[in-house]
Design a protein around this ligand. Structure first.
Ligand SMILES: [Fe+2]
Length: 204
């Protein structure tokens, strides 16, 4: 059971000018591939481990690299070529269940962006910013996770990588500019599909 690097659903230059071709190429081919390789190595070692102690020793590698693989696989799909750059539909939120849920939970998309960016900027070190769906309260919430921890407390709807490898070559230390720019390439259609899956609405 080997994990593999999923292909990007668009070209490496498709998210420009908001995320550069250089970042996308390195991020996908080098960083994500490294998580996949290390996860496969950890899973293979786990399969051969014969004692609880050996298995416990592999937990950190499984969590870090497994989380990295899960998070990046979600991330590529929740980005899309930008409508503002006349390349696609990225960054546009059409009327529908997601827009309704965002307005119910945050008042407006602009408020969501402000709250999301503020929470994500507050991450100390590397991590991820999330818009997630709470299946108990049936509302959308903002969350963050450190390192490569996957979002487990909510169903992930949108995830944004705030590791330096995701932005530094283009935005240097100015994280807020990266976070402002990325909303131009958020794939709200994918986000809505995840919300419908989480709520069972796709069966209606
Ligand atoms: Fe990353």
């Amino acid at each position: 059971m080997s994990n593999t690097l999923p292909p990007l659903p668009y070209g490496y230059d498709a998210l420009e000018p908001y995320i550069s071709q250089q970042i996308m190429t390195l991020h996908h081919q080098k960083h994500h591939q490294t998580y996949v390789n290390a996860l496969n190595a950890a899973e293979a070692a786990y399969a051969k481990a014969s004692t609880p102690k050996e298995r416990i020793a592999l937990q950190a590698a499984l969590k870090f690299n497994g989380g990295g693989h899960i998070n990046h696989s979600l991330f590529w799909k929740n980005l899309a070529p930008s409508a503002a750059a006349k390349k696609g539909t990225g960054g546009t939120l059409q009327d529908g269940p997601l827009k309704k849920a965002i307005e119910e939970s945050f008042g407006s998309l602009d408020t969501l962006k402000k709250e999301f960016n503020a929470a994500t900027l507050g991450i100390q070190g590397s991590g991820w910013g999330w818009l997630g769906y709470n299946t108990q309260t049936k509302r959308l919430e903002i969350a963050t996770t450190p390192n490569q921890d996957p979002l487990l407390s909510l169903v992930p709807i949108i995830g944004v990588d705030i590791w330096e490898h995701a932005f530094y070559l283009q935005y240097l230390n100015v994280k807020v500019d990266y976070l402002t720019a990325i909303w131009n390439v958020i794939n709200f259609e994918e986000a809505e599909a995840r919300l419908l899956e989480a709520t069972g609405g796709s069966k209606l």
